[in-house]
Structure formats: C-alpha cells, structure tokens
Write a protein that binds this ligand. Structure first.
Ligand SMILES: Cc1cc2nc3c(=O)[nH]c(=O)nc-3n(C[C@H](O)[C@H](O)[C@H](O)COP(=O)(O)OP(=O)(O)OC[C@H]3O[C@@H](n4cnc5c(N)ncnc54)[C@H](O)[C@@H]3O)c2cc1C
Length: 434
C-alpha cells in the first residue's frame, strides 16, 4: 500500500520553511505530523536571480521565520547570527535591514535543517482527488523531477506555498522563448547569457525595476539603459510607522473581518506600500546617476517616463519597442539588445495545480486560517500561503506575517484529526456553479 503523508507542502520558500519550523516547535505539545515538502529548485535559494550585490531587505530582520511567533525559537535571525559568529558585528551595523545575500544565507541555514523533509528538484504539476466510498479522502500529488521522472505521493492535507509567477504583459507573450526578452525573476541568469548587451530597456517602476536599472548602469560595459515607465515618477514605498501597522499580524484579523468591498478599498488605499514603489534611498541613487550624466554630458541613461508600449517586434537586429510618449504625444520606435520586464508577479497558479479539484473548491475562497473552503464530501484540508491578499491583506505576499501565519496554519492542521469531515463547507451545487 502506498505511504500516506499527513501533509505535503508544495514549494520550500520562506513560507513553508516557516511552517516546518512551526510544526517542529509544536511537536513538544502535539502529535508529530509526517510532513514532506516538494521544491522545484535543486537546492534552497531565495529569488536567486535577483540577488544583486547592493540589494537589501525591505523589512525588519525581526520579521524573520520565527521571532514574531516565538522569540525564543532557535530559528530566529538573531540565533543564526549568533551561530555564525556575527551577532556583535551585526549590532554595530545599526541596521534593521540585512543585505539580501545575508537573508538568503539565513533562509538557507534554516532550510538545511529540514533537508530530510524536503524533496528538491521536483515540480508539482497537478493534484488529483483520491476517492474512498464516493468521497474525497486523500490527495494525489503529482510532480516531475529534474530528469523528467514522474513521482506520485498521497497526502491527507496540503499547503500550497508557491510564491508568484512572472507576470508577462500581453504584448511580450509571443516572445516568451526569445532570450533577449526576460522577466526580472530570471534577471541575473538571463543577462549573463547575453554577454554585454549595448542597449537595454527596463520596463517597470517598482523596486525590481529600480534595482535592475542601477545594476545595469554600473556595469563595466557601460550599456545604454532606458527605464521605461507609464508613470510620471518613481514613487517611494511608504514604510512610515502608522502606515506600517497594516503589516502587523493582528491587522489580518481586522482585514479578514471586513466586507469584500471594504477589503478592496483597503488594498486600494495602501497599494503603494508594496506595488509600483521603490526604496527612497534607491530612488535617490537613480536621481544622482541622472544628475551625474547631466554634469558630464551624454544620454547613455534615459528615463522614458509616461511612455506606453504600443508595439513589440523582434528580428535578427534586436527587439524593437514602439513607445508612445504621453507627454509629447509622439510615437518612437527604439531597438534594444535586451528588454527586462520588471512587471511584477501573478498569484493565481494554485488554481492551475488544483484544477482537477475545482468542482469541490468553488471560487477558491479561504477561511481565516487560510484553508480553502470545500464541499462536505471533500475531506483533505488545503491551505494557501501567499495567495490570500484579497481576503487577508497586503501582508500576505510578504514576510511580515509569515511566522505568525504558519503558527495559525500549524494549529489548524493539528486541530483536525485525520479523516474528519471538512468544517469549512461549501454547498456542493454552489461549488459546481462557479
Ligand atoms: C526580488 C524580491 C525581493 C523581495 N524582498 C522582500 C523583502 O525584503 N521583504 C518582504 O517581506 N518580502 C520580499 N519579497 C516578497 C516575497 O514574496 C517574500 O519575501 C517571500 O519570498 C515569500 O515566500 P514564499 O515561500 O511564499 O514564496 P517564494 O519565496 O516565492 O517561494 C516559493 C517556492 O516554491 C517553489 N515552487 C513554485 N512552484 C512550485 C511547484 N509547482 N512545485 C514545487 N515547487 C514550486 C519555488 O521554487 C520557490 O522556492 C521579495 C520578492 C522578490 C521577488
């Protein structure tokens, strides 16, 4: 008979590492869970193609994998520093914001401690219902490893923590396989493969676009770099204290308890804390780079603000972008050797992975503990991390509430005896209609 895991976690990024930690720390007081995580990368890496040398965290190190849930955990960033022998030196930095390289090292250090619980190099592509007596009792999780081999596992419960998928604007979709056009999520890898492109466009006005612009402009080959944005300016992320309260763990209760309209209004009001904004310090560096250019002359760097991309054509000479200048009301076509799409992430991919379960899951609504609502004949619990912004607020895609959220999911999992009927019911007919 095939082994049945109590829990399978898809993805082993910060969200599921934090869950592994929370479950480990609950072992003293609860039954142990047989949990396995499946990660498509060959080993742990945190957004590896955006590990730029100058980049640092946008959030306090205290919002690590454990501290806000359990400050005495051995998995805190402070304990990581202590074990690495850097705690005192870090204090001398007087910073809440470690470099992204250091935070990646911290996350890797934590992930390594769960090597036995993670199958690396496997990508989950679908989850099937496993019926017993006409009801869904288990889930069959299907993945493919890096050699192409199919792997199937059974689980009583599932936690889907797969992060975001590259958001590619419609006008670039036909060029998905063109190595000269790529998303920021693969930036370091793809730019290295192009050698020294002379003329590069960076599309976007957020943190990634700003970081990539600064990285490119400082490269030894001194490429021509156009920063192309629809907006008039690059806006700073508002992380002032009262605004930052929306990222407090207890704000999740407030958000979840509001009506759908009120939640949408909250997202709208605070959108610019996280989207289409960059660190003020980085914006100042970019401004300085343009100022320097004004002093020395030349137009190697251009800020093509208020520009819409009207057409994209690729040929053997390059990628040609037809840009509409909203201000000058003029159209211009520019040839590039590379185009970097810093155009954000979509967070709907769980619906593709779970599509064989669609008739049980209605409109993929979650309860307060991130559990997908399902029909009464569907018994496994499925939790989502990082895909609940609409119901749980802007902190959901960030590290802000990760440690607390995984404590909540861990408790919910442990409170559900194996095989119990799903308490988060949908009417079956309602589920089928959507
Ligand atoms: C460049 C960058 C910098 C950021 N900096 C910050 C920051 O400073 N502060 C902050 O709060 N947030 C930041 N974020 C937001 C980011 O979402 C969180 O930091 C964090 O990575 C979320 O963790 P996660 O585990 O939910 O998702 P991810 O980190 O995206 O991890 C998901 C994991 O799932 C794996 N996976 C995906 N699909 C599958 C599949 N089908 N099968 C198996 N494995 C799969 C992926 O390989 C990945 O390892 C940043 C995001 C980016 C892109």
């Amino acid at each position: 008979m095939q082994h049945v895991h109590d829990l399978i976690g898809i993805g082993f990024g910060p969200s599921n590492i934090a869950l592994a930690i929370a479950l480990e720390e609950k072992r003293h007081t609860s039954r142990p869970l047989d949990a396995l995580f499946i990660e498509r990368q060959l080993s742990f890496a945190w957004h590896p193609h955006m590990l730029l040398d100058q980049a640092h965290m946008q959030i306090s190190f205290l919002k690590d994998l454990a501290t806000l849930r359990n400050p005495t955990s051995r998995f805190t960033f402070i304990n990581y520093l202590y074990e690495k022998g850097r705690l005192t030196d870090f204090v001398n930095l007087k910073s809440f914001f470690p470099s992204r390289h250091e935070f990646n090292d911290y996350l890797s250090w934590a992930a390594e401690q769960f090597d036995d619980a993670c199958a690396y190099g496997e990508e989950v592509f679908e989850v099937l219902p496993e019926e017993q007596g006409g009801e869904v009792a288990l889930l069959r999780v299907r993945s493919r490893n890096h050699t192409g081999k199919l792997v199937e596992r059974l689980a009583r419960n599932l936690v889907v923590s797969i992060g975001g998928m590259a958001n590619i604007p419609e006008s670039f979709r036909a060029l998905r396989n063109d190595p000269r056009v790529f998303h920021s999520s693969s930036y370091l890898q793809d730019i290295a493969q192009l050698g020294d492109p002379h003329r590069v466009a960076v599309i976007g006005a957020g943190q990634s676009a700003a970081e990539i612009f600064m990285d490119l402009q400082g490269r030894p080959g001194a490429p021509q770099v156009d920063l192309v944005t629809r907006a008039r300016s690059i806006r700073p992320a508002d992380d002032s204290p009262f605004v930052n309260e929306i990222f407090n763990a207890d704000f999740t209760d407030y958000t979840f308890s509001r009506s759908a309209e009120e939640r949408a209004a909250l997202l709208d009001e605070f959108w610019h804390t996280n989207y289409a904004v960059a660190d003020l310090e980085l914006i100042q560096q970019i401004y300085k780079a343009f100022y320097q250019q004004r002093m020395t002359g030349g137009n190697r760097l251009r800020f093509l603000r208020q520009h819409d991309i009207r057409n994209v054509v690729a040929d053997s000479n390059g990628v040609h972008l037809t840009l509409w200048d909203q201000n000058a009301l003029r159209e211009n076509t520019v040839r590039y050797d590379a185009v970097v799409l810093a155009t954000g992430y979509a967070r709907e991919h769980h619906k593709t992975l779970l599509s064989p379960l669609a008739s049980y899951l209605g409109d993929y609504a979650v309860d307060r503990h991130y559990r997908l609502q399902a029909t009464p004949d569907f018994h496994p619990a499925i939790y989502l991390q990082g895909a609940c912004e609409d119901s749980h607020g802007l902190s959901d895609t960030l590290l802000s509430v990760t440690s607390v959220r995984t404590g909540e999911i861990g408790s919910a999992l442990l409170a559900t005896p194996p095989g119990i009927a799903n308490p988060a019911h949908l009417r079956r007919d309602a589920a089928v209609q959507t």
